[in-house]
Design a protein around this ligand. Structure first.
Ligand code: GLU
Ligand code: MG
Length: 437
């Protein structure tokens, strides 16, 4: 059959869903200037498709304008259409940024970090997910046979990532049945978030061509281990010199990195509203699931909210270049732009206030008394999405990082979603989320 190639321009919206519009590839030059038409109320479409009360109703017009830097064109070596899309920014019809745009939120956060603190951020999103194309097998964890059984998935996926401009680092059978993990190299903040969107889509695109599917949902069933997003971050000065490490600092953190960490931990309950934004996210954020459940800083501890990550110290390895911290209270129900954006604002707030270095926990916070935790400045993370949204609304500093249009869309959007899930059992909720993420 004869075909004409189409390109999609997409955003990754408040629901963390990738939505957009297609146009003939021959029109790209013109679409790079004028984008495609978009509607404010699109921001209110939940992951399940239902729309609650919208602050914008049926009114208003916007544009979704592709950023040429994000272009993805990946062929799969079969007869299927190439994956051809760009990511973009939502602007008013006169071209000014629209406050409800998630990508603009991250751009503004990174600009503030650069202008106020003279810093840039390198980030990498580490993803876990479930792949349906392999049998549920006992003892698959890191197992060669579990690796083998996903067959060509990993090689097609890694090829697609490489074609899309990512730098694949590792792929493994993770702890849970049918669970896999992929890591990629670090990038500048905005590109890292773009690549998180691209990576999720390349996994879906690969599975689709193999007649299967993947799910990045934080919890696919209540019996199995969750799918986390671990968000690695390091700070650099304007000459791209790494400034996160100081040999003599607590846990190796430089003064500015410790302030950045302190800002994140102080605002972590509010941050969760954007980084772990599904009702089932909070079944993952409980003690002893190797995720995070308290606002603590850990040194190489996989249950800390913020973990100082290991570095390779063999030979003349450059420690300062590798040194990074990882935020673990995140999952792929979220838009990467919102996730990284709020972390940057929180870290910057810690720098602005010159917050003292958070204590590094050497014990399981769950085993500390409430008084001990209070003395160490450790709070419990929200236990539900409703609590996280309330924490965001109650945090006057964090709330103000979100432009008015983002806040007025996000809170009702997510509260409506909670209502949609309210009558369902946990397993039914897991099933619904597994289908859409
Ligand atoms: N699956 C765990 C999570 O939900 C993470 C396991 C690991 O440390 O990689 O975050
Ligand atoms: Mg993992």
């Amino acid at each position: 059959m004869n075909r004409e190639e189409l390109i999609m321009v997409c955003c990754c919206d408040l629901a963390g869903q990738v939505r957009g519009k297609g146009f003939p590839a021959s029109e790209l030059a013109s679409r790079l200037k004028r984008g495609v038409g978009w509607v404010p109320t699109n921001a209110m479409i939940t992951a399940f498709g239902d729309i609650g009360d919208s602050p914008w109703g049926s009114r208003g017009d916007l544009l979704l304008v592709p950023d040429p830097e994000t272009k993805v064109r990946v062929e799969f070596g079969d007869d299927s259409p190439a994956e051809h899309f760009l990511l973009g920014d939502i602007v008013h019809t006169h071209g000014e940024p629209w406050g409800g745009c998630t990508r603009t939120f991250l751009k503004d956060a990174l600009t503030a970090l650069q202008q106020e603190a003279g810093l840039t951020l390198l980030a990498a999103f580490e993803h876990e997910f479930h792949y349906s194309g392999v049998e549920q097998r006992a003892n698959g964890s890191y197992n060669l046979d579990a690796f083998r059984r996903q067959d060509v998935f990993s090689e097609v996926f890694i090829h697609a990532l490489r074609q899309a401009g990512l730098e694949p680092d590792s792929f493994m059978a993770e702890y849970g049945p049918q669970q896999y993990e992929v890591t990629v190299g670090p990038r500048d903040g905005l590109r890292a978030a773009d690549e998180a969107v691209i990576l999720r889509e390349m996994a879906r695109a690969t599975a689709h061509r193999l007649g299967h599917n993947v799910s990045f949902s934080p919890l696919v069933t209540h019996e199995v281990v969750g799918n986390g997003v671990h968000l690695h971050m390091s700070l650099h000065d304007l000459d791209r010199k790494p400034v996160t490490y100081d040999k003599s600092g607590p846990g190796g953190l430089s003064e500015v990195a410790a302030q950045f960490a302190a800002g994140i931990l102080r605002h972590a309950p509010a941050i969760c509203a954007l980084t772990a934004p599904s009702t089932v996210s909070y079944q993952r954020l409980v003690p002893h699931r190797w995720s995070a459940s308290y606002t603590n800083l850990g040194f190489r501890d996989r249950e800390a909210c913020l973990r100082i990550c290991p570095v390779v110290e063999i030979g003349d390895a450059d420690i300062a270049k590798q040194f990074n911290m990882e935020f673990r209270a995140a999952d792929a129900a979220a838009s990467p732009y919102l996730q990284l954006g709020i972390l940057v604002y929180a870290g910057l707030q810690g720098i602005r206030e010159k917050l003292p270095a958070p204590p590094i926990t050497d014990r399981d916070p769950e085993e500390m008394s409430e008084d001990e935790r209070a003395a160490a400045g450790i709070a419990v993370l929200p236990r539900s999405l409703a609590e996280a949204l309330d924490a965001l609304e109650a945090d006057d500093v964090a709330k103000n990082w979100l432009p008015a249009n983002l806040l007025k869309g996000y809170l009702p959007h997510k509260r409506f979603e909670i209502g949609l899930m309210a009558e369902l059992t946990l397993d039914e909720q897991c099933k619904r989320y597994a289908e859409v993420y």
